[in-house]
Design a protein around this ligand. Structure first.
Ligand code: ADP
Ligand code: MG
Length: 233
């Protein structure tokens, strides 16, 4: 599904260059649930943004579902991004003046689906995350955990092959974090490939594999016995 070979990324700041990713190699197969761990500044978000085609790599190879991603023009990149990838962020990134349902329906609008289909699909995914009754509510009327559920429904509504989550529980208390991880585990149980960036050990252990980044390289990459979040909620 995801193949990365000798990936490098630097940021230019004036005359200084910051080498953030220094030769990353890894592959992710269909149906995996991978935690990307590492301390703050280790390059986790940079890696996820490159995988998500939100940022470009400087050197190396990236194949997504056998499509070479490097050097695609913006039109093609946008097309693959829409087709392959769903995003979830720490800060939810919901649109404040749109209802939960409208937020979830938005990616379907960009996929040029018909209005009726957008409404139906959005409702289906709100139901899936347990928020059907909150469809008409604004984000400001929802708790943090509910907002993240809406964001997850929005990411799934476009039916991406891969779900990328950058610190999805970073703004939530422990109990709510475990509830969100329970949802993520359930989605993975159905076969979705998911990558979760986190710096929290307990969250990482709810995945099936931990990739440890340190100073821009992978220092450890191991399969683990998954801890089920349902034990804690
Ligand atoms: P993490 O998500 O692991 O905390 P990041 O990938 O966000 O780490 O950042 C890695 C390093 O790259 C940090 O030192 C950060 O300051 C730097 N960095 C990230 N994005 C940019 C950018 N757009 N411009 C310049 N430096 C950046
Ligand atoms: Mg980050």
């Amino acid at each position: 599904m995801i193949e990365i070979k000798d990936l490098h990324k630097s940021y230019q700041m004036g005359s200084n260059s910051l080498h953030v990713l220094k030769g990353i190699n890894f592959t992710v197969g269909e149906g995996e649930l991978v935690a990307i761990m590492g301390s703050s500044g280790s390059g986790k978000s940079t890696l996820l943004n490159i995988l998500g085609m939100l940022d470009e790599l400087d050197d190396g190879e990236y194949n997504l579902d056998d499509v070479p991603i490097r050097g695609l023009n913006e039109t093609k990149a946008a097309k693959y991004r829409n087709k392959f990838l769903g995003f979830v962020f720490q800060s939810f990134n919901l649109i404040n003046y749109k209802s939960a349902l409208e937020n979830v329906a938005l990616p379907l609008y960009y996929q040029k689906r018909k209005r009726k289909e957008r409404q139906e699909k959005a409702m289906e995914y709100l139901e899936k995350v347990g928020l059907a009754e909150w469809a008409t509510h604004l984000p400001s009327e929802l708790s943090g955990g509910q907002k993240q559920r809406v964001a997850i429904a929005r990411a799934l509504a476009a039916e991406p092959k891969v779900l990328l989550a950058d610190e999805p529980t970073g703004a939530l208390d422990s109990k709510t974090s475990y509830e969100v991880m329970e949802l993520i585990q359930g989605i993975n149980d159905e076969g979705k490939t998911i990558l979760v960036v986190t710096h929290e050990e307990d969250i990482a252990h709810m995945c099936k594999r931990i990739v440890h980044l340190k100073d821009g390289i992978i220092v450890e990459d191991k399969k683990i016995e998954q801890v089920r979040a349902s034990k804690y909620v």
